[in-house]
Design a protein around this ligand. Structure first.
Ligand SMILES: Nc1nc2c(c(=O)[nH]1)N[C@H]1C(S)=C(S)[C@@H](COP(=O)(O)OP(=O)(O)OC[C@H]3O[C@@H](n4cnc5c(=O)[nH]c(N)nc54)[C@H](O)[C@@H]3O)O[C@H]1N2
Ligand SMILES: Nc1nc2c(c(=O)[nH]1)N[C@H]1C(S)=C(S)[C@@H](COP(=O)(O)OP(=O)(O)OC[C@H]3O[C@@H](n4cnc5c(=O)[nH]c(N)nc54)[C@H](O)[C@@H]3O)O[C@H]1N2
Ligand SMILES: [Mo]
Length: 765
């Protein structure tokens, strides 16, 4: 299937002449980060709004950064508790540009589809509810009342509730997420796919099975005092810049950092704290003392090699293993009989590297492992994360200070959304309490996750696709298939702050319902409301917007969901939607009765910095069937491509937040003015007879079909032979829908089998 040019679904080609490359950086942040932050803010909005925005960011009385889920430091916060990417996210939200009805009157859907993602974001904030009527070429303004009535008609027309899909992106607040899942369940469906399905689902699944809790077990303070931190499959310099401060503190306290990444990422090599530049001008703190570059998906073999070393050296914590775990004997036998040759072949690392890393952990004992998408988006992701846990169990490095597991979350409230019930298969106990609180029969059969939703829409089994934030089309695998799926719906509905490509590939009717951003003041009947979020380390805290809204016509996400649900469910509902929309304290009162550990929510959340949800595993209480933490013994595996083909990972540039493109550069990797790029091992590039910057076409292979993407420029970049990398979402056309992680169902965006050939595009360079 070549990309069909008439489809609205694809990111347009770029002008290859604009791309330029430099040597990659050896440290992150520093003066360039500060300059970039201000440039983004001031190019998007006036100096007063920029300053007001920055002063509110992550302060205890302000709003939560709309970027990543990294926690805020306790106690002392500086006036500038933000990072470059927080500043970019804020700039994108507080921009002075407006995608208003005049903008939509000027541009047809087909014309907007020819804009790049960067240009779509530049269109600015949505200001009015917009409707695309059947057969229309342009979106038109519609009143809130009519928009709700139109959507309600579609909901009422559904023969069964399971023909509705409710997607959630991880920026939604706890309150919005709670009313969203309540709307879905009162309608009668558990079809609640979310971005987590494409993100940390594998982590949650593995940890839940092994240690009885699907969340990380450490705090910021633990990271500061860890003896060793293993950083696997993540790029914190770009995606969690505030984490670098914690890593720096750990190094200064004598901690040993080991990075595991096929690429040498600047933010793992060194850090120059923007607030210390004057004192140590030009000097970066070195971060990773050791840097392992395995092949893509070589991590499970590396971890197994570490386990083999620990078992054979007998540096395991036998007392902990005896008291707290089961399955050790089976695992230890498998590890002992495992051959080093196989581990070397699967990981792409020499056995000395695996032994060195294991011995560093054994002498230091207090180990924390941090990981993100480099581990979760593979076929064997759950097994790989179970292997991380196996190593921690061998060392007893969990449930004590300065040791434990740290899945580094993505979206700022993705963890909170799950806590609030955004999950297609919430535990029965949650549904029981929901029934009690609202006196209705909650649906019990499991709903669709992201991949199942796409298939169901494609098969014509879904009438309504409704999204609380996000950019489903661009985030999901297999862009063409997903586009067909969305087009099959009677109604596609998006609650959003900014225009994106998902709004251009629509059902028969489409609605865009514009909402307030997190930085903006939320007044209900003149009374300011706040919302709450949960960060990567289970801290729940308030977020209060303070800026003037981008348009007087905007409603908060919470008010939109309540308004929509009230009309769509009409007499069928037992929820006081109007009261909820008028006063979010009432929603929190219900949350306190439905969600575990949220008792006295309204009082406790007022404490500066909020409160931490308890985590049993962090005090060595294992909420598993056996009451113990479990070793997991499966054969070690790694994804390999057929001879002559490559393993492709799709990742983020420095100038994007997921599908929102803030700019065309990737500063640390030395890339300017281009995103349609494929990074390749220099020798591989030569072997294929390609010149640097030459345009190539990519083909991906999976049992469910082959897929094509054209016009990517090849760039030599240090990484293991046989691996390559391209940016998401441009490369999503290549991600096979049929290739998902075992158990968690996460699309395998980091292990895609591809071939690379000179481009057949006309006029290519
Ligand atoms: N500025 C900014 N911040 C963000 C985001 C953003 O887009 N922009 N996105 C947010 C979200 S939702 C998320 S989930 C996180 C994502 O945060 P990350 O997981 O850091 O994001 P990716 O860019 O996908 O980076 C994956 C990293 O893992 C490495 N990697 C890939 N495959 C493998 C592998 O098989 N093994 C190992 N060891 N390494 C591998 C890649 O080389 C890369 O360095 O960031 C969040 N924060
Ligand atoms: N190939 C490939 N695909 C991937 C990944 C990958 O690494 N590779 N990563 C996956 C991951 S980790 C994730 S988390 C998903 C992300 O998937 P999503 O969460 O669906 O995508 P985002 O790009 O974060 O969503 C951006 C849109 O959210 C809307 N938005 C922004 N702020 C707000 C707000 O405050 N409220 C509301 N209602 N809307 C808002 C804007 O309209 C914006 O265009 O993508 C996944 N897809
Ligand atoms: Mo994510």
């Amino acid at each position: 299937m070549p990309q069909t040019p008439e489809s609205n679904a694809f990111t347009p080609l770029e002008n290859p002449a604009e791309l330029s490359t430099r040597t990659p950086a050896h440290a992150a942040a520093g003066a360039a980060a500060v300059v970039s932050s201000f440039r983004h803010l001031l190019s998007r909005t006036g100096p007063l709004r920029a300053a007001a925005g920055m002063l509110g960011l992550n302060q205890t009385t302000g709003f939560d950064c709309p970027s990543c889920a990294w926690p805020d430091p306790d106690g002392h916060r500086s006036a500038f508790e933000f990072c470059e990417n927080g500043a970019k996210a804020l700039a994108s939200e507080i921009t002075s540009s407006r995608a208003d009805p005049a903008f939509f009157a000027q541009h047809s859907i087909a014309e907007l589809a020819r804009h790049s993602d960067f240009e779509l974001d530049q269109a600015g904030r949505l200001t009015h509810p917009m409707v695309l009527r059947p057969g229309a070429t342009h979106y038109q303004a519609i009143s809130w009342e009519d928009a709700f009535a139109l959507a309600a008609e579609e909901f009422k027309a559904l023969p069964v509730a399971d023909q509705a899909v409710f997607y959630t992106s991880g920026r939604a607040s706890n309150e919005a997420a709670f009313v969203w899942q309540l709307f879905a369940r009162q309608l009668g469906t558990n079809n609640l796919p979310d971005c987590s399905n494409m993100c940390h689902e594998s982590s949650g699944y593995a940890m839940q099975e092994a240690i009885g809790v699907g969340k990380g077990t450490v705090t910021l303070d633990d990271l500061h005092h860890a003896d060793m931190i293993l950083l696997m499959g993540q790029n914190p310099g770009t995606n969690h810049p505030r984490m670098l401060t914690a890593l720096q503190t750990c190094v200064r306290n004598g901690g040993h950092l080991v990075a595991v990444n096929p690429l040498r990422e600047a933010g793992l090599l060194g850090f120059m704290h923007p607030q210390e530049m004057l004192g140590t001008l030009g000097k970066a703190t070195p971060l990773a003392a050791d840097y392992l570059q395995p092949q893509l998906n070589g991590d499970m073999a590396l971890l197994r090699g570490m386990a083999k070393t620990l078992v054979e050296d007998n540096t395991i914590d036998a007392d902990f293993i005896r008291a707290h775990t089961n399955g050790f004997e089976l695992y230890a036998n498998a590890v002992r009989s495992q051959s080093w040759e196989e581990l070397e072949q699967l990981s792409g690392l020499p056995r000395e590297a695996m032994q060195r890393t294991a011995r560093a952990a054994a002498t230091r004992r207090n180990l924390i492992t941090c990981w993100a998408m480099g581990l979760t988006q593979h076929r064997n992701a759950v097994a790989t994360i179970r292997e991380v846990i196996n190593v921690h169990l061998l060392l007893g490095a969990i449930g004590k200070p300065a040791a434990g597991l740290c899945p580094v979350r993505g979206h700022s409230n993705v963890q909170g959304d799950r806590t609030m019930g955004i999950f297609e298969k919430m535990p029965e106990a949650f549904l029981d309490r929901l029934e009690q609180e609202f006196s209705f029969p909650a649906p019990r059969h499991h709903g669709y996750d992201t991949v199942a939703s796409i298939r169901a829409m494609h098969d014509g089994k879904v009438g309504i696709f409704a999204a609380l934030g996000g950019n489903f089309l661009q985030a999901a695998p297999d862009t063409e298939y997903t586009a067909q799926a969305l087009s099959n719906c009677a109604l596609t509905l998006h609650i959003a702050t900014k225009l994106n490509r998902s709004h251009l590939v629509t059902g028969r009717t489409a609605l865009i319902l514009p909402c307030l951003g997190r930085s903006e003041e939320d007044l209900r009947d003149g009374v300011p409301q706040f919302v709450t979020v949960e960060d990567s380390m289970s801290m729940v805290h308030a977020s209060r917007g303070s800026l003037k809204p981008a348009s007087p016509n905007l409603l908060s996400e919470t008010a939109i969901v309540c308004g929509l649900a009230a009309v769509a469910l009409a007499q069928k509902t037992t929820v006081p939607w109007d009261a909820y929309a008028a006063d979010y304290d009432k929603i929190r009162d219900s949350i306190s009765r439905v969600v575990p550990h949220f008792d006295h929510f309204n009082e406790r959340v007022l404490a500066p910095g909020g409160f931490r949800l308890p985590n049993d595993a962090s005090r060595r209480v294992w909420d598993t069937d056996s009451g113990k933490a479990g070793f997991h013994t499966v054969p070690v595996s790694a994804f390999k491509a057929a001879p002559g083909r490559f393993v492709l990972q799709t990742f983020r540039s420095h100038d994007q937040f997921n599908t929102t493109i803030y700019g065309m550069n990737d500063r640390y990797r030395g890339i300017s003015h281009g995103r349609r790029i494929i990074f390749m091992n220099p020798a591989d590039l030569k072997k294929l007879g390609l010149r640097p910057l030459q345009q190539v076409d990519l083909t991906s292979y999976w049992s469910d079909g082959i897929r094509h993407a054209e016009g990517f420029q090849a760039i030599p970049y240090e990484m293991p032979s046989g691996n390559c990398a391209a940016y998401y979402p441009e490369a999503n056309v290549l991600v096979p829908l049929g290739s998902a992680a075992d158990f968690s169902g996460t699309p395998t965006s980091k292990s895609i089998e591809v071939s690379i050939a000179p481009s057949r595009l006309p006029n290519q360079i």
